[in-house]
Write a protein that binds this ligand. Structure first.
Ligand SMILES: NC(=O)c1ccc[n+]([C@@H]2O[C@H](COP(=O)([O-])OP(=O)(O)OC[C@H]3O[C@@H](n4cnc5c(N)ncnc54)[C@H](O)[C@@H]3O)[C@@H](O)[C@H]2O)c1
Length: 377
């Protein structure tokens, strides 16, 4: 992920009207072999280190993008924040709820730094349209929401184990810790906060090769289905509840990296999937009139304007660059055109995933506490 971000910085000229430009000046990885790629591609790099604390002591470093295994999030994020550097951290923003709370505490104590969580899919143009539809009340009374993030490579039982399949490094959340925040982010942003959850978590492949000739336990949840209920208060419809199904899967046959959201409402329905990255499907409805899905090519209508013409396709690397543009814009003191995921949104996801683990253990519906309020947005 570090290289993805550096690559987005290298083509910053792609963005138009940007008031701020990141310069990659310092790089850290525990593996020194990874430095060569950075130092050979970026003449701006003046510091490389295997110790992140060296970067924190560098007064030239204003902001840090930090992508490390989940067991290191709390320690590194807290140290970065306390050093006064702006931080774009990776999800799940702490290996568990306790680690997430430590990070939020450090943010509250250091309000001068901008801290956001990496979550790029809402920057897809069609996802932006769905967010705007939700915020404008266009759907009418919401009937149901389904959102998911699905991978398939773990269908192969011979795929060697890595840290994302180890509880000690990835966390007990399993697939929820790895893919879950991507699914929760848009619902959280538009105010669809689960009030309870019934989770069915599946550990399908329980052992894997370790790449050294041995077979080792594969401990983490592969797939997670979370059936939640959301309560809304609406001027037109009063207080009502609707079901929201959130799924994260490492074993979804045929799905390489599919992020999707589908919203059904009494007046309007809409859906978007990264499988068809430029297509927004919508169904407007007026009482008694025909019901027909419409497909619109949204193309390259980005949050931050770019040199690319509106008819072309948007992709993963573009989403990373748009997200980073929003982060840099905000860290420079401006109001971003779309705010990156906030620490409070990550706190909501931790509350949900912790409740989901409890639901799986007890085979029951688990209620969530009302959203915690604090100054860390
Ligand atoms: N936003 C996204 O789309 C996305 C995609 C993949 C991963 N991620 C997140 O990014 C983070 C990293 O995942 P990844 O897939 O890049 O993992 P990775 O294993 O490919 O990379 C992690 C890197 O951290 C380094 N590292 C480990 N300990 C370190 C330490 N103490 N100091 C400095 N460096 C250290 C490792 O050497 C490794 O190069 C995770 O939080 C993951 O959830 C996000």
């Amino acid at each position: 992920m570090g290289r993805e971000f550096a690559s987005a910085a290298a083509r910053w000229m792609h963005l138009l009207e940007m008031p701020v430009r990141p310069e990659i000046i310092a790089v850290c990885d525990a593996n020194p072999d990874l430095m060569t790629w950075f130092s050979s591609n970026f003449s701006s790099v003046t510091q490389t280190s295997t110790d992140y604390k060296a970067l924190l002591e560098n007064p030239q470093v204003d902001a840090i993008y930090c992508a490390v295994p989940h067991n290191l999030h709390a320690q590194l994020y807290v140290d970065i924040i306390r050093a006064g550097k702006h931080l774009l951290g990776e999800k799940p923003f702490g290996i568990d709820a306790a680690a997430n709370a430590l990070i939020l505490e450090a943010i509250n104590a250091n309000p001068q730094v901008t801290v956001r969580c990496s979550s790029e899919f809402p920057f897809f143009p069609a996802a932006q349209k769905i967010i705007q539809l939700a915020q404008s009340g266009k759907f009418g009374r919401i009937l149901e929401v389904e959102a998911g993030f699905w991978h398939s490579s773990d269908l192969d039982p011979n795929k060697p184990i890595n840290w994302k399949r180890m509880i000690a490094v990835n966390g007990e959340y399993g697939v929820m810790g790895d893919l879950g925040f991507h699914v929760v982010h848009v619902p959280a942003r538009v105010g669809w906060i689960p009030r309870d959850v019934r989770a069915v978590l599946s550990n399908i492949v329980t052992t894997r090769p370790d790449g050294k000739g041995n077979t080792v336990p594969c401990e983490t949840w592969d797939n997670a289905h979370l059936l939640t209920s959301v309560a809304l208060e609406d001027l037109r419809y009063g207080e009502y509840e609707f079901p929201m199904m959130l799924s994260m899967k490492r074993i979804a046959p045929g799905e390489a990296n599919t992020w999707f959201i589908r919203v059904m409402g009494t007046e309007f329905s809409a859906e978007f999937s990264t499988k068809r990255p430029k297509t927004l499907r919508t169904l407007p409805y007026t009482a008694g009139q025909p019901q027909a899905w419409h497909e619109q090519d949204i193309g390259f209508e980005t949050v931050y304007p770019t040199i690319t013409g509106g008819i072309f396709e948007f992709g993963f690397t573009d989403a990373i660059q748009q997200m980073w543009a929003a982060f840099c814009d905000e860290a420079a003191g401006n109001t971003p055109r779309f705010q990156c995921a906030t620490p409070m949104e990550t706190a909501l996801s931790h509350q949900l995933f912790t409740a989901a683990l409890e639901s799986q253990r007890s085979s029951s519906v688990v209620k969530l506490e009302p959203a915690p309020l604090g100054s860390s947005e």
